[in-house]
Design a protein around this ligand. Sequence first.
Ligand code: FEO
Length: 390
Amino acid sequence: MKAMQIAEGVYWVGAIDWNLRNFHGYETEKGSTYNAYLVIDEKIALIDTVKEPFKEEMLARISSVVDPAKIDVIISNHAEPDHSGALPFIAGIAKNAKIYAAAGAGIKDLTAYYGDLGYVGVKAGETLSLGKRALTFVPTPMVHWPDNMVSFMTPDNILFSNDAFGQHYASDERLDTECDLPEAYIQARKYYANIVQPYGMQTGKALAACANLPIQTICPSHGIIWTKHIPEILSLYQSWVANNFDDTAVIVFDTMWHSTEAMAHAIENAFLACGLKPRLYNLHYCHNSDVIADAMTAKYIAVGSPTLNNNMMPSVASFLTYFKGLNGNKKKYIAFGSYGWGGQSPDQVHEALAACKCEALMPAIRLAYKPSAEQLEKITADVIEAIKNS
Ligand code: FEO
């Protein structure tokens, strides 16, 4: 395990988690990395650490450059354990290192997890000299925890952005110029949708705070490092923060005997007729976190469930709970569902979507038992009319 040099005197010393498939409910089909960075100057600085089980991997990478006991400074940009888990371990080796974190929330969170390791709080704009280089700290609260901050290093102009601009994407390539770039963008979008999306306003403030920095490299705490494609990733973040809609419509459903599925296709036909690009997700096969990534910019969302034991299906309830926590914009919605005798699910879905910052396009659509061709055609016609009138 060796460090990877990313600039003169600056090394990636993190860990690659090829096996990660679930990050608190977010399906991470490409694994992840926990990025820690080592700066060799008159002072030796470690910026963030890794998840606790990967501490030996980080130690080996640091040791390939310098004796870890010689680390003078440890920066904790964020206390979530995927970045701070190895902090007590490395602090126990680098016994003279000072640990810097955001004054207030950063110190509070690290103390809660690891006890008092003698943290030093830093405030907005405060600068720490490493010798030829200096680190300036920029708090970015609620992107996505209260303690988040980023660190900007001059004269290299490297932004250590922690979770912002990250991707759950394991690879041996560290730079955007080496990796599968389309995959990096897909994973950056999924990361934003599943982690950052509810904090768009705070993210907008963080982007504004960094707007005047002459950034040449962005070193996030997950995934690849942005060098050549910084304008592209900044532009993507600006559009996500702005909650811009595209021309897609997401249809999410589960089905028991294909009646709700048939309704989903009737709604799909309506979206197509209105010039939209529908995306269908049967929750029996699709993961909530993938649906969220596409739903983020969709203009419309339709959610359907059959009635099962007087309720919507658990898969749909799970999706709606996840969506309620993450949805960042006021898209228009359609609730729909089939039933045998009870018929509660369409109204339950309707109420749940109303609680998700969404606006009803039309009353909930319901059909008993097996829908006829005429009934399905009427659903298509009714949805087309509702879209035209909206
Ligand atoms: Fe990657 Fe909020 O931790």
